[in-house]
Design a protein around this ligand. Sequence first.
Ligand code: C2E
Ligand code: MG
Ligand code: MG
Ligand code: MG
Length: 284
Amino acid sequence: RSKRRGRGQITVYSREIAQEMKRATQLEQALRNAIISDAIDVHFQPIVSLANNMVLGFEALARWNDPDLGFVSPAVFVPLAEERGFIDALSETLLRKAAEAALSWPRELFLSFNLSSAQLMDPGTSSSVLAILARVGLDPHRLELEITETAVMSSADTAHRIIADLRAAGVRISLDDFGTGQSSLGRLREFIFDKVKIDRAFVSRMNSDRASEHIIKAVLAMCEGLELRVVAEGIEENSEAAKLRALGCAMGQGYYFGKPADSAATLRYLQTHYFELGSEREIA
Ligand code: C2E
Ligand code: MG
Ligand code: MG
Ligand code: MG
């Protein structure tokens, strides 16, 4: 009896594995088609000055709404694209679209774009990024690239060369999701970053957990000493914005200020949220 059940389980498992593999293949095929047919779009989320809520720039976030699969998160398809070797094609299209959209924003506003770890292992990345900017006509000084610590560690020499070349051209580098993953403070000694983005995990726990508030305070003090600009990610409530402002955090991003929106909605957002302050305007 138990033998029969055992065999049955094996059948169930192998069917599940087969279904899983089928789904993975479907996803991969759909992603390949989406990239070829240019179906992946880019949305923009505002990054604001916490001192006065003025928008300083936008982070570009990839969006894929497949007719069959529905909404697929970039946290799923970006790693898949990396694994399958599609990331260059995908990222180049997204950067081109994002840079084109940024051309119709006020010139003071920056565009922040996520670079994947696979791209930091590819020595061709810096010239490909700069070529796209040149083709579109976006000043490299308006671009920031968000990278994670794991990305810099995986292929350190190549990553450092890419970052140095991009910074020499005026592109700024942000350390994304700071405080998560394989964080190492030693990384900040290398002075390869212009900005640090404090991960949403600390912001969302700040009001309930004293430890998170202390960590944020320590990060702010450290970044001030190292002359790094700081953005707090994932601000959803006024109380979080107020507390971060009181702690002296310069910039914020999150649903409280605006959710990611397509380029047309972003232009409408700018019409109501952007005020020209000329020379008084803070440089992000
Ligand atoms: P990320 O770069 O850390 O982006 C921030 C994520 O937090 C985004 O998720 C954004 O929609 C979300 N977020 C922003 N504010 C809030 C908030 O107040 N509350 C909550 N709960 N979430 C908030 P999204 O768009 O799903 O992207 C997930 C990740 O996928 C990104 O994390 C980034 O690592 C990656 N990604 C997205 N677009 C691209 C891309 O074009 N290229 C690459 N290489 N990676 C991308
Ligand atoms: Mg990011
Ligand atoms: Mg992040
Ligand atoms: Mg992330």
